[in-house]
Design a binder for this molecule. Sequence first.
Ligand code: SAH
Length: 473
Amino acid sequence: MTFNKDDFVTLTIDDCGTSGEGIGKVDGYTLFVKDAIIGDVIKAKIIKAKKNYGYGRLIEIIKPSKDRVKPECPVSRQCGGCQILEMSYEAQLKYKYNLVKGNVERIGGISDYELLPVLGMEKPYRYRNKAQYPVGMDKNGNIITGFYAGRTHSIIECNDCLIGSEKNSAILETIKNWMKKCNIEPYNEKTGSGLVRHILVRVGYHTDECMVCVVVNSDDIDKKAGEILVDMLVKLRSRNINIQSVVANTNKENTNVILGKKCKTLYGRGYIEDYIGNIKYQISPLSFFQVNPAQTEVLYGKALEFAGLTGSETVWDMYCGIGTISLFLARKARKVYGVEIVPQAIEDARNNAKINGIENAEFFVGKAEEVVPAFYDEMKMKAAAGDEDAERSIHPDVVVVDPPRKGCDQILLSTIADMQPLRIVYVSCDSATLARDLAILEEEGYKTVKVQPVDQFAHTVHVETVCLLSRKD
Ligand code: SAH
C-alpha cells in the first residue's frame, strides 16, 4: 500500500533511525517520524511520500511508550542538538547497545565476541565543557543568544542549554549587558555589519577555569570596550565563575565556520588548563579538546585497560589528535608513537607532552595511511641492518586507532596487520564503520575479543565504542 502527502495515519513505532527518528510501518509502508520513540503509538501526518517509504510529522501520541519521558529541555523540538531527549536515559543506553550489537554482528559478521553493557553517565546533563552560542537580534531589536533553528540561521533564544555548564547563562547575560552598555551591535549575516558573531565558553572539568572567547567581525575590539568587558566578566568570580581567560577571535569571513584564525588575549592567558586522568592539557580557543571530559576518562581508561601495558611496550596511537590517548598510555609504556593529520593538533600534543614531563612520546604529522607505511619500510631496512630499536618499532606490542567517522583507511589496516601487534585497540565514534573495519582485521588475522560501548553524548544518537582485538595465532 502507498500513501500520499497530507494523509493521516496511525502507527506503532518499533525502531529508531540513525538520526534518532522513530520508524514504524503502516500496511507494509515504512514511515520515519521525528520525535517519536520506540513503543509509541502515534498519529502522524505524511509530509513527504515516496513509493515505498515516507516521512511523517508527529501529530498526536495516542499511547506513549513506557520509555517516554518529558524532556527537561524547553526547546527540545526546535533544537536539533539532541535527538532522543524523549527517551529515558536507561532506554537510550539500551538503544545504543542494540545499535552497536546490530552493526558488529550484521555489518561485521562477528559472532564469537563479548559485548559489554554500555558505560553510561552518572549525570546525563551538564556534561559538555564547551558551548558556542550565536549572537543576533530579535524582531524588537533586542540582543539575543541561542541556537540556530534546524537548518536555518534564525536564532531561537536559549541561554541555558541543559547539556552545557550552568555557568554559561550568567556569562551570556554579562556579554549582552556589555554590548548594550558600549553600544555594540550583533553581527548581521545579511548586511555584514555589526560586531559580535558568537560566544565560545570553555570550562575546565577538574580545574573549573573558565575561558570566554568573543568572536568578532573586526581585527580588534575598541580598547576601552575591551577593558569594560574584562572588568564585567572578572566580576563574575563573586558568583563562582572562575574567569581565567578572555579572548577576542577575529572572523570577518562570510562563512558558517565559527572561529577565525586570529586570537587576541584580552585578559589572563590565551588558554585554560584541564586534566584527563592525571595528564594536564592546555586548551586555547582553537584547540580540539574532548567535550565530555568525565566520559573521556572512562573511554580512554578502557583503552588503557585493553592495551594491557606493563611498561616495556612499544605502542602506536593512530589518528592521535592532541595526543590524549598517546599521553595516557605513555606513562605505562616504553615508547609511544602518535600520528595525526592536523599540524596544530600535533603542536598541542608535543606541548602537552612537555608540560607533563613525558619524554617517551614521539609525534608525526601526516596521513596515517602514508606516514605509517613509510615509517614501516624505513624501519624494516634499518632492522635488517641490525638496529634493535627499529626492530621494536616495526613490531609494536599494541596499536591504538581512534579514526574519524569514516573509519580507518584500508592501506593503514593492512600495514597494521603487517606490523603484527599482539593487540589492537580500536576506539570508534561510528559503530557502522567500526564493524566494517573489524571484518577487515578479522581477515587479516585478528580476532575481536571485547566490544565496550561508552556513552559520551547523552540524548544524542552518538555512541563511542572501544574494542580489543588480538592476534589469532
Ligand atoms: N584521540 C584523539 C581524537 C581522535 S579524533 C584525541 O583525543 O585528541 C580523529 C582524529 O583523526 C582527528 O584529530 C583528525 O584530525 C584525525 N585524522 C583524520 N584523518 C586522518 C588521517 N588520514 N590520518 C591521520 N589523522 C587523521
